[in-house]
Design a protein around this ligand. Structure first.
Ligand code: CUA
Length: 160
């Protein structure tokens, strides 16, 4: 039986497409990939966040290098600290925020700055910022996290 030349050609082309498609999927699964969140802050058991060393008493702590470490719990529908009491840090100093969530995915965005990260249960989002201007910055949750998502906000006070 004789196969038409064009038929052979298209058969070959469709085989090639299938191979390329499979290669793409394999590359996506085992290749370098794209990290959506900087997880350098480490991981934490979300169901035991209140027992974990750093999130048991979230707040502002002086770091060894002269900067500040700020541990923040983001949960439906508040930042602790931040919502009921402002996070107070000095200007012109490295401030590293460690943010984690015991319930669902939240956002941690400081409006007017480039600080903007997802807060995923089980992961500690780590962001370092140096505020050069004293002032009040608003924390905004920008991931939909439930009925009162739009009320989830807080304040960072940067003092001279
Ligand atoms: Cu938390 Cu939206």
């Amino acid at each position: 039986m004789e196969i038409h030349r064009f038929e052979k050609l298209w058969f070959g082309a469709s085989l090639l497409l299938i191979v390329v498609l499979i290669a793409t999927i394999v590359y996506g699964a085992v290749g370098p990939g794209v990290a959506m969140v900087d997880d350098s802050g480490g991981i934490v058991d979300p169901s035991a966040l209140t027992d974990s060393e750093n999130f048991r008493e979230p707040g502002v702590y002086e770091a060894d290098d002269g900067g500040y470490d700020v541990y923040v719990r983001a949960q439906q529908f508040a930042f602790q600290p931040g919502t009921n009491s402002p996070i107070r840090v000095p200007a012109d100093t490295d401030v590293t925020f460690y943010v984690s969530s015991p319930d669902v995915t939240h956002g941690f965005n400081l409006a007017g700055t480039n600080v903007n990260t997802m807060v995923i249960p089980g992961q500690v989002a780590e962001v370092t910022v140096n505020f050069d201007e004293p002032g009040t910055y608003h924390i905004v949750c920008n991931e939909y996290c439930g009925a009162a998502h739009h009320t989830m906000r807080g304040t960072v006070e940067v003092v001279p």
